[in-house]
Design a binder for this molecule. Structure first.
Ligand SMILES: [Zn+2]
Length: 496
């Protein structure tokens, strides 16, 4: 079956970069693209006309934490000052002797398997990604039970997932007063590492390009040098990429220096982990950042010379008063910048816009973090981080992962007159403008509708689940706060 998609603009690929065509078509057969250009000389079995649409490669979201993120909704305009705005420390570390229902990272297998939230988390995540034009994503370290649930959704909805059961050598724990300390597992996390490797071997052996494995030692401060070295060796042996959190958190930065006399990035360098196939989430708290008062920093140079990949999640960090300093410096150093949504919303267009605006402000340069650069990061940058030269681009032989963004919507004036569709997209677009998605040569969404998925039902289920979770916050919060005490609703009548 050979299918032709006609669009108003096409983002093709030639000589190593995207090329914009005014009018034209993309033709695919089976799982691969066969032709991109103005006039296809052959015969096709089906034609899909998308007037007013920008046809481009699907987005690659390099930083996803699965779920509808009910607890993260409590972290807007609020947070504990002693945690320096680090979201996961606020909403995933329960008071000693308690646990958080529906947030499985630190649950045992039995607890997670019994948790009714797992299937909903996975269904919501993959549907939200698809609705926003994400055709490939990386999950950073959810429980293996979460990865199994995501795998089913990836296969059924048709989104390519790099799934990484998280492991570490220990974890953060909180006492009754809210003081966080790190504790180590007796086996240095070997049981979790082995579970992750077994999952990766299972999915890679299945040979389905919609599901791959990725090694995810979750957070650098909770990983011993030994488990990081084992990760590097396993990545080589299994032929899979790696992802972790490093340079992402004020506490992590100083704790790592105190323990190892190395910055988190230097620690990764010392175990041979830095390279293009390592995706570092967020790497914004690095030695070169003036916010950390560190002298003699060389993190930027280390990351740049090894062409490491950074998953920059601009909305998620700016919500916590953080920023990448700066997009321009990271690019000039040689770092492969990619874009991630992290928590919510999973809107890559809004993330591109935020990356661009903050890139300009932090560089004091209106010509930096251009629409071209952020679009490149959201497509080709993500593909490079996964070692894939058949993703993130529309060229003959590449995977048929194609989206169409409706810039000609009749129900909005938002786009105005379009001089350059890429700039219009980055400046004026939202994820819901993605109307059409193909992954691996199969149409997965038309006119914003995903076959077999009731978005209204998913939202209602998530709302109901979240309401239950919010009602229980005081049962596990280290400071025994209610949801309202953590995040007072706007214009809440009872200000006391
Ligand atoms: Zn993360």
């Amino acid at each position: 079956m050979r299918t032709r998609i006609n669009g108003e603009w096409i983002v093709g690929f030639r000589d190593g970069n995207h090329r914009l065509l005014r009018g034209g078509c993309v033709v695919f057969e089976g799982e691969r693209i066969e032709f991109v250009g103005e006039h296809y000389p052959g015969v096709t079995d089906a034609v899909i006309d998308l007037p007013g649409s920008l046809v481009c490669p699907g987005f690659i979201d390099t930083h996803v934490h699965s779920g509808h993120r009910a607890l993260h909704r409590l972290l807007a305009d609020s947070g504990r000052p002693d945690l320096f705005g680090q979201p996961y420390m606020e909403v995933t570390i329960a008071r000693a002797g308690t646990s958080i229902r529906g947030y499985p990272n630190y649950l045992t297998r039995a607890q997670a398997a019994a948790d009714p939230g797992m299937a909903l988390h996975a269904a919501f995540t993959v549907a939200e990604l698809l609705r926003n034009g994400v055709t490939t994503f990386v999950e950073l370290g959810g429980h293996v039970i979460v990865q199994e649930a995501l795998r089913l959704q990836c296969e059924s909805l048709g989104v390519r997932g790099y799934l990484g059961p998280g492991y570490d050598s220990g974890r953060w724990v909180s006492d009754e007063e809210g003081n966080l300390t790190r504790s180590r597992y007796p086996d240095d996390g070997q049981h979790l590492f082995e579970e992750a490797v077994a999952f990766i071997e299972r999915v890679e052996a299945a040979g389905n390009d919609l599901v791959h494995g990725i090694l995810v030692p979750r957070e650098v401060e909770n990983c011993s040098p030994d488990i990081l070295r084992r990760t590097v060796a396993a990545a080589r042996e299994l032929g899979v990429p790696m992802a972790t959190h490093a340079g992402y958190n004020v506490i992590e930065f100083y704790e790592t220096i105190r323990e190892h006399r190395k910055t988190p990035i230097e620690l990764l360098d010392s175990v041979g982990m830095l390279g293009p196939l390592l995706n570092i989430g967020h790497a914004n708290f690095i030695s070169d950042s003036p916010r950390l008062n560190y002298s003699g920093g060389r993190d930027l140079a280390l990351m740049g010379s090894s062409h490491v990949s950074v998953s920059h999640c601009p909305i998620n960090i700016v919500r916590r008063a953080r920023v990448l300093d700066s997009w321009k410096k990271y690019r000039e150093a040689g770092i492969n910048l990619t874009i991630g949504s992290d928590t919510y919303p999973r809107d890559m267009i809004m993330n591109m816009r935020t990356a661009s605006y903050h890139g300009k402000v932090m560089s004091h340069d209106l010509t930096s973090a251009t629409a071209e650069e952020v679009f490149e990061a959201a497509t080709l940058g993500g593909a490079r981080s996964l070692g894939r030269n058949d993703l993130g681009r529309l060229e003959p032989g590449a995977r048929a992962d194609i989206i169409a963004i409706d810039l000609g919507r009749k129900d909005t004036l938002r786009y105005g007159p379009i001089w350059d569709p890429i700039r219009s997209l980055v400046e004026c677009g939202v994820g819901d403008d993605v109307g059409f998605v193909v992954t691996n040569g199969v149409v997965r969404m038309r006119e914003g509708r995903i076959s077999g998925v009731d978005l209204g039902r998913l939202r209602a289920d998530a709302q109901e689940f979240a309401t239950g979770i919010w009602a229980e916050v005081q049962d596990w919060d280290p400071l025994k706060r209610t949801a309202r005490a953590i995040c007072r609703p706007s214009f809440y009548p009872d200000c006391g």
